[in-house]
Design a protein around this ligand. Structure first.
Ligand code: HEM
Length: 420
């Protein structure tokens, strides 16, 4: 915590825009101005801690350039950054973004692991879930209808993704509440400057999750089910098998990525459409517009606001020299508001022709593996919510999550109105 305060004071003194954009808590709740300032300063803005981009062409080029790699093992970062990141030196406490999580590894490990995980997490398997997602959404909406005034995040936006992902992973329903608490803790560790007491709590929670999965895998080996984890555990053959640590990291990543992100799509999407009722009406009139509306919501309300890469060697991109081990912070949410690609970038337009060009799911080899599932949950979740509750209205002031990397809402009080 002290390290963050010191780095922050120095960045303010130097007017170091890139570092402020990365660690200043004041910029986290409303970063739009920061993105505009960064873009005005160039495609890549170099600071003491990191180089930052909020430009769409620069971000897209960097994510597809194999000279830039996943930061991977954070303990190998240059010192000032290492002091800012949450680093666990205990393998038993490793979490969903620590190696060998897909997000943290590089080729050839990434290529092998991603091929194996994609084998069970296929587009066809996801499409087959449509009925399951609809049933889950209807069930949650039935319960809300009986209550009248509810917190939409707690009762719906958070419940739909966690129910779907635990179902397809084959994680027992009675573990959901516990995983939601663990996920919230794990999400907080994505931001810099986690207080030490929280760090210790997260470590303890990580150890518990890791040991729960070890027991769960042992059971799946004895009695496999018809779920994704059973299929991952069941992969056999030379080079075709995941190690025990790869299995745990993958299960944790699928679980956490499965609900910590989509909750924000559903929450932000609900608010955006309540604020633009005329666009909601256009969707009611022509439901075939929903998929494009989901892309536009992902663009303006990008649930994962940023990611990072590290230069593997001295290199150059778009005329900017980058030294080996240079950390680059890619403001996905900033790229998605780049006026050079999206005219009137701050305006929600569910019919925007190039909405799908957003980088909310990243790009290159780490492109979101769950994008099809997220799109399915976003579309069904929002469509059914507004179909069932045509008079849905705010019942209080929504509160934003304070986190920088994951962007969304902590609470959204709503009156559900008459149910259709
Ligand atoms: C990767 C966003 C939902 C599974 C990513 C990345 C982003 C992202 C930005 C890449 C990060 C990087 O390049 O460093 C989102 C958003 C979602 C969402 C905005 C919802 C709206 C999901 C879901 C799942 C999922 C539902 C599935 C269970 C993954 C996995 C990766 C990933 C496994 C790692 C892929 C790799 O490194 O090769 N996601 N995601 N995501 N996502 Fe998602």
């Amino acid at each position: 915590h002290g390290a963050v305060r010191l780095a922050l004071r120095q960045a303010h003194r130097r007017g170091d825009l890139a570092t402020l954009a990365t660690i200043d808590p004041a910029s986290a709740p409303d970063p739009l101005k920061v993105y505009d300032d960064l873009r005005a300063a160039g495609p890549f803005v170099q600071g003491r801690l990191a180089t930052v981009t909020a430009s769409h062409p620069a971000a897209a080029a960097l994510l597809r350039d194999d000279a830039f790699r996943a930061a991977g093992d954070l303990s190998k970062l240059p010192l000032p950054l290492r002091a800012l990141a949450r680093i666990s030196y205990d393998p038993a406490a490793s979490g969903p973004i620590d190696p060998p999580s897909l997000l943290a590894v590089n080729p050839p490990d990434h290529t092998r692991l991603r091929r194996l995980v994609s084998r069970v997490f296929t587009a066809r398997a996801i499409d087959a879930l449509r009925g399951e997602v609809e049933r889950t959404a209807h069930h949650l909406l039935d319960v809300m209808a009986a209550e009248g005034t509810v917190d939409l995040v707690e009762r719906y936006a958070a419940q739909l993704p966690v129910t779907v992902i635990t179902t397809i992973l084959g994680v027992p329903a009675d573990m959901r509440a516990q995983f939601l608490r663990w996920g919230a803790d794990a999400a907080a560790t994505l931001d810099v400057g986690l207080p030490y007491a929280d760090f210790q709590r997260v470590e303890a929670a990580q150890r518990a999750v890791n040991s729960w999965f070890a027991g769960h895998f042992a059971q799946l080996r004895r009695v496999p089910g018809d779920d994704i984890l059973s299929r991952l555990v069941g992969l056999t053959g030379d080079g075709e098998q995941l190690t025990e640590t790869e299995l745990t990291a993958t299960a944790q990543l699928l679980l956490a990525a499965g609900f910590e992100t989509t909750v924000n799509l559903l929450g932000s999407g609900t608010l955006a459409l309540l604020e633009h009722r005329e666009q909601l009406e256009s969707l009611r009139a022509d439901p075939s517009r929903w998929p494009n509306a989901i892309e536009e919501i992902l663009r303006v309300e990008s649930p994962v606001a940023l990611t990072t890469r590290v230069a593997g060697a001295d290199t150059e991109l778009l005329g900017v020299a980058m030294a080996a081990r240079q950390l680059v912070v890619v403001m996905l949410a900033g790229a998605n508001r780049d006026p050079a690609v999206f005219p009137n970038p701050h305006v929600l337009d569910v019919q925007r022709a190039n909405a799908r060009d957003h980088l909310a799911f990243s790009g290159g080899i780490h492109f979101c593996l769950g994008a099809a599932l997220a799109r399915l949950e976003g579309e069904i979740g929002l469509r059914l919510l507004f179909e069932r509750f045509p008079d849905l209205a705010l019942a209080g002031t929504p509160r934003r999550r304070p986190t920088r990397v994951l962007r969304g809402w902590e609470t959204i009080p709503v009156h559900v109105g008459t149910s259709a």
